[in-house]
Design a protein around this ligand. Structure first.
Ligand SMILES: [Zn+2]
Length: 343
């Protein structure tokens, strides 16, 4: 049984390739973070090495070993270390050289050697060129699976050597149904998680199993609300703290900005009466209060500010500067409305 849910197109294509023996030598799975790229890659590795008649069975010794990361023929390569602001980490030439050595060996215990490269966009130019050589000279019983959220960051020559499969975000309705039926999550929690997950089943399932993700999110959101209601001193302290805390890891800053964006999009939805699409459904009262104290123009303009902060960071602008500008752009929530709502 394929464990990936909601990716019918990709799964049926792979299933057909397995059945007809028309497997590609290299695959590129494209899709946003937590959409299920790694789950699908491991599932494909299982299907290739499964000992049962219906592959992947998920329960034979080979499938179990792959699931627990202990199969000698399935290697996962990813970025080691954190991405720093000055020196963006890369998958190195040395890492690819090691991989090339393994490629030349026959499978140890399974039928296929499978190499999964998670975050293929982090390949250094040198490493990408080395990998390209390997992809250009296919070896039997070896399958490469490259995972990336954005194929534009890969060398076009690498992309053209791979069979491309796109993984899509699931709708909140699909997610909610999957959480209830497959994981037995209680209805109210399933509804909330299906909204907070932004289409990513992986995040929703992890959060259903482990409350700490949702608790952490709530704490971070509380801080965001404090800052919106705070004075300029508090806002600059927040920007400075975030710049220090996340200077070594921009990914976390993007995640924090996404949370800001969610909140302001929700305010826009409340303001326009589109309550069905709200993400933070557990905070509807606070959203309504705050939306009453803001104009549509103010909300739209600040959403634009958050987006442009994200774009500037992607273009390598100074983290502290971008965050300080963003803090200056936070609109004033009308006190009148707040007083009214407090009564
Ligand atoms: Zn199996």
């Amino acid at each position: 049984m394929w464990q990936v849910i909601g990716q019918t197109k990709a799964v049926s294509l792979l299933q057909r390739s397995l059945e007809t023996g028309s497997l590609a030598h290299a695959y590129l799975f494209v899709g946003p973070a937590h959409v299920g790229k790694m789950t699908l890659a491991l599932n494909l590795a299982q299907a290739l090495n499964c000992e049962a008649a219906e592959q992947p069975c998920g329960v034979c010794p080979s499938c179990l070993k792959i699931a627990s990361g202990k199969h000698a023929d399935v290697q996962v390569m990813a970025l080691s270390g954190e991405t720093s602001e000055e020196n963006r980490a890369k998958i190195s030439v040395e890492q690819i050289e090691q991989l090339q050595h393994s490629v030349s060996l026959p499978p140890f215990e399974g039928k296929y050697r499978v190499f999964i490269i998670d975050g293929a966009e982090f390949l250094s130019i040198g490493a990408a060129n080395r990998l390209l050589k390997t992809l250009e000279e296919p070896v039997g019983k070896v399958v490469f699976i490259l995972l990336t959220p954005d194929e534009k960051l890969l060398l076009p020559t690498i992309v053209s050597r791979c069979q491309r499969l796109e993984l899509f975000l699931m709708s909140p309705i699909q997610l909610e149904a999957a959480l209830k039926t497959k994981w037995g999550v209680e209805p109210e929690k399933a509804k909330l998680l299906s909204r907070l997950a932004h289409g990513c089943l992986g995040w929703a399932v992890s959060s259903a199993r482990d409350d700490s993700l949702v608790v952490q999110r709530a704490e971070t959101l509380d801080k965001v609300l404090d800052i919106i209601n705070g004075d300029s001193e508090e806002r600059f302290a927040y920007a400075s703290q975030m710049a220090t805390q996340f200077g070594q890891n921009r990914g976390q800053v993007y995640a924090r900005l996404d949370l800001w964006l969610d909140w302001w999009r929700d305010l826009l939805l409340v303001k326009t009466g589109s309550l069905d699409s709200i993400t933070n459904i557990d905070r509807l009262d606070t959203l309504s209060e705050m939306a009453a104290g803001l104009s549509l123009g103010q909300i739209r303009s600040f959403i634009q500010s958050i987006r442009s902060a994200g774009e500037q960071l992607r273009q390598n602008a100074s983290l502290r500067f971008v965050l300080e500008v963003l803090m200056l752009d936070i609109p004033e929530v009308s006190k009148h409305a707040q007083v009214k709502s407090a009564v």
